[in-house]
Design a protein around this ligand. Structure first.
Ligand code: UD1
Length: 388
């Protein structure tokens, strides 16, 4: 980073970028690097809210993805939605005052995204939302609320797929604020694929050499949505269903901290011990990429994993009733299976039969979304300067 240019951590008139939780990190990495490359004189401030704080959920991503150290760490940690959101807002306000930026850039749909957008909008600081306009239609999930409200507060909205524009227009967002830029998460995927850690290394590192290397290949499971993991009966059914699948196809299972606590308190760990399951701590980005790339099928309730598997050509089974990323189904490799064991079994059979690369990679998921976004932000800043 040149000293005059990318003046991390200060100087008014720049951009404040916000990260908080794990899925934000792979979105901010290519944006920070595109800003540094395309606008080296623009002051950038990276604020980390501290929503995710464990090393496995946090620090290792900064190292692996080359994200600059945050200039400000708000250290909010966990809490109820109200407490976490309010605490981010309270602590973000002085950081925003100190940076006096021209805009605040937020990504995704986590509580930190909405909290910082709300503080900025109320202070009259323009908000840039990357990954705008995605809608599942399910307002019982916290992310859907965060998406709708963040988009209403935003001045510049960058979308990952074309369906997002229609969602935003329906909600009254001005068409001229919406830009179809592509998927920054896939920028990160393409930039790092050559460094992905093979599944065999991960198995060996966790004391199970050879796991998943037989002719049946392997599957990967991730679960962390409150609707799947917070109720012991729902979680038990999902784990039992996947244990049946693991009798045929060994399953790597990186376990989110929230899920680990629920598995322990509901006494579900021994179900996994009976079959070919490999529970793992939360994995780093490169390990997760290697697991997904080599899998015969991935079962998940994550949004990002639905997109990453589509980009990799790996079949994906989504353990939710809806998706906010419909292009992963219409063009990509994703099947929405919900939680019913029969529909999961049949989606699994279909995925194994269909095999890899059955979908196509959506438009602008080409590794250059961040460049398009930065170019549009710089043009927007020029227009505002001219109008001032
Ligand atoms: C959050 C996001 C979700 C995203 C997910 C990725 C919201 C509403 N949810 O969910 O959209 O898909 O991140 O992981 O913003 N915990 C730890 N260590 C950590 C972080 C969390 O142990 O570093 C535990 C805590 O007990 C915490 C629980 O996990 O209470 C849930 O964390 P939280 O940030 O509230 O939500 P996530 O489920 O991670």
């Amino acid at each position: 980073m040149s000293d005059s240019m990318q003046q991390s951590g200060g100087g008014g008139g720049g951009i404040v970028c916000v990260v908080g939780a794990r899925p934000n990190f792979m979105k901010i990495a290519p944006l920070m690097s595109a800003f540094a490359r395309m606008a080296p004189r623009l002051p950038m401030t990276l604020v980390h809210t501290g929503q995710h704080y464990d090393n496995a959920m946090n620090c290792q991503f900064f190292e692996e993805l080359g994200i600059p150290r945050p200039d400000v760490d708000l250290e909010v940690g966990s809490g109820t939605h109200a407490v976490q959101t309010a605490e981010v807002m309270r602590r973000f306000e002085p950081a925003l005052d100190a940076a006096a930026p021209r805009a605040v850039l937020v990504v995704g749909d986590v509580n930190s995204t909405l909290a910082c957008a709300l503080v900025a909008a109320k202070k009259g600081t323009p908000v840039i939302h990357v990954e705008a306009g995605l809608r599942s239609g399910d307002r019982t999930t916290p992310e859907e609320i965060n998406r709708i409200l963040t988009d209403q507060l935003s001045d510049l909205l960058f979308t990952t797929e074309e369906s997002a524009r229609a969602n935003l227009l329906r909600e009254g967002v001005d068409a001229h604020r919406i830009h179809f830029a592509g998927n920054v998460m896939i920028d990160t995927l393409r930039a790092n694929l050559a460094r992905a850690v093979p599944a065999a290394h991960t198995a060996e590192r966790h004391g199970r050499p050879g796991f998943g290397s037989g002719p049946a290949g392997y599957a990967v499971l991730t679960l962390h949505r409150p609707s799947n993991v917070d109720r012991p009966d729902v979680l038990r059914t999902l784990i039992e269903t996947c244990a049946r699948l693991a009798e045929r196809t060994p399953i790597f299972f990186p376990v989110h901290p929230r899920t680990r606590m629920m598995i322990e308190s509901a006494g579900l760990a021994e179900i996994m011990m009976r079959t070919s399951f490999l529970p793992l701590p939360p994995q780093g980005y490169l390990e997760m990429l290697g697991l997904m790339e080599g899998a015969r099928v991935v079962l998940t309730d994550s949004g990002g994993v639905q997109e990453e598997t589509t980009a990799l050509g790996t079949p994906c089974i989504t353990l939710r009733d809806s998706t906010e990323r419909p292009i992963t189904v219409t063009e990509g490799t994703n099947t929405i299976a919900g939680r019913d064991p029969r529909s999961i079994f049949s989606a699994f059979d279909r995925a194994l039969a269909t095999g890899r690369d059955a979908g196509r990679v959506p438009r602008y998921w080409d590794g250059h979304a961040s460049d398009r976004i930065v170019a549009a932000v710089l043009a927007w800043m020029e227009t505002r300067k001219a109008a001032a």
